[in-house]
Design a protein around this ligand. Structure first.
Ligand SMILES: NC(=O)NCCC[C@H](N)C(=O)O
Length: 411
């Protein structure tokens, strides 16, 4: 029987996906908070929701079951019972800077009076100071900026469900993310996997859990086949986290034998591998030309299990050949974002032109605004399903970022 998580490729027919419908969290902040919250603008919520519903409908119309993070999280906590809900709340408060003290107590009391769904939504949306009839006089609060509006920051990046966890084979990694703005997001997934009736006690493997100091994010984790992964060495994923997950995968029955670590520029526009490189068919990939050096070269390390019990690393720079070797392909089509024009490529990559979501081999969901790249994909034989993108793209993520595949058909 198929497990509730089963993903052995980037392109197998998508059966079940996890999304988060954007809600108040994407507008509950001011421009000066944007850099810290990793947003470049403040989306107009009604339009962002319409666009997201269009995305979800596009997936449903193509036979995909759509699950929502916010709903699963509340159901998981209810299924877990009072103790689980209490532990979740304590962890969430501690991770928000309130392990104990009067503010902790006031926030806990405030959240505890709510239904589980309302509590989850409130934590996601952020808690402003003026919501509570309480003025903290403790030392912790005295150390804070006095006119800062929030007790708990909103989590506007939640609609990028790709990043806090990543499905790999019959399991997942629950990711310790890089920036504080996103670190609490993984707690929802951790509780869903442990306590939601759909996932609990189903023999799912956690290849790497949240409890780490080294960093990894799902946008960097690409499942190229049932034996090969690609992982970005990026602004968000560190080499030691890649080596850690490699050891866990290679020493278990995961089926994974090879990880291609690909070093990409460490900047906000290209924060994850999937912002510059995605797999869209058995032998086709999108790639942002800006990451390739002279002659199409880039640093890659193919990681395998060495005979001495240590990892073996093979450094090469010909990405195309590395992929052909790992996937046993005679040829391979690397399709350049923006058709190679440096201005168009830069503009469309910024709006996630390389960030395609494959829902079957050769069938991809993309943002409509990247019309040059979309046309090129069609010319290369792909079926392109365009979705709306005026507001969603302000968070710097596209269709792959906005989706966490839970089940795909094997190829
Ligand atoms: N996989 C992805 O590339 N996700 C996009 C995440 C965008 C979000 N604003 C972030 O900076 O983390």
């Amino acid at each position: 029987m198929t497990k509730p998580i089963h993903v052995t490729s980037e392109i197998g027919k998508l059966k079940t996906v996890l999304l988060k419908r954007p809600d108040v969290e994407v507008e509950n902040f001011t421009p000066d908070m944007m850099p810290r919250l990793l947003f470049d603008d403040i989306p107009y919520l009604p339009t962002a929701q319409k666009e997201h519903d269009y995305f979800a409908d596009t997936l449903r119309d193509n036979g995909v079951e759509v699950l929502y993070l916010e709903k699963l999280a509340a159901e998981a906590l209810d299924a877990g019972g009072d103790e689980v809900k209490n532990t979740f709340l304590e962890t969430m408060l501690a991770e928000s800077g309130y392990a104990a003290g009067v503010t902790h107590d006031a926030l806990k009391e405030y959240l505890s009076t709510m239904t589980t769904q309302a509590m989850v939504n409130k934590i996601m949306g952020g808690i402003r100071k003026n919501e509570l009839d309480f003025v903290p006089r403790d030392l912790v609060s005295a150390a804070e900026e006095e006119d800062y509006e929030f007790f708990m920051d909103p989590m506007p990046n939640l609609y990028f469900t790709r990043d806090p966890a990543a499905s790999i084979g019959d399991g997942l990694s629950i990711n310790h993310m890089t920036f504080p703005a996103r670190q609490r997001e993984s707690l929802f997934m951790e509780n869903i996997i442990k306590y939601h009736p759909r996932f609990a006690n189903q023999g799912l493997q956690v290849w790497r859990d949240w409890n780490h100091t080294t960093r990894i994010e799902g946008g960097d984790e690409l499942v190229l086949s049932d034996t090969v992964l690609a992982i970005g060495v990026s602004q968000r994923t560190s080499a030691d986290a890649i080596e850690d997950i490699a050891r866990n995968l290679f020493s278990s029955d995961s089926g994974y034998e090879k990880i291609i670590a690909i070093r990409i520029p460490h900047n906000h526009a290209m924060m994850h591998l999937d912002t510059v490189f995605t797999m869209i068919n058995k032998d086709q990939f999108t790639v942002h030309p800006g990451i390739l050096g002279e002659g199409g070269h880039i640093d890659t390390w193919t990681i395998t299990q060495g005979s001495d019990g240590e990892l073996s690393l093979d450094h090469r720079t010909d990405l195309k050949q590395v992929l052909k070797d790992a996937l046993h392909l005679d040829d391979l089509d690397l399709i350049p974002t923006g058709n190679g024009d440096p201005i168009i490529a830069g503009r469309e990559q910024w709006n996630d032109g390389s960030n395609t979501l494959a829902i079957a081999p050769g069938v991809v969901v993309t943002y409509n605004r990247n019309y040059v790249s979309n046309q090129l994909l069609r010319e290369h034989g792909l079926k392109v399903l365009e979705v709306l993108s005026s507001e969603l793209s302000r968070g710097r993520g596209g269709p792959r970022c906005m989706s966490m595949p839970l089940v795909r058909e094997d190829l």
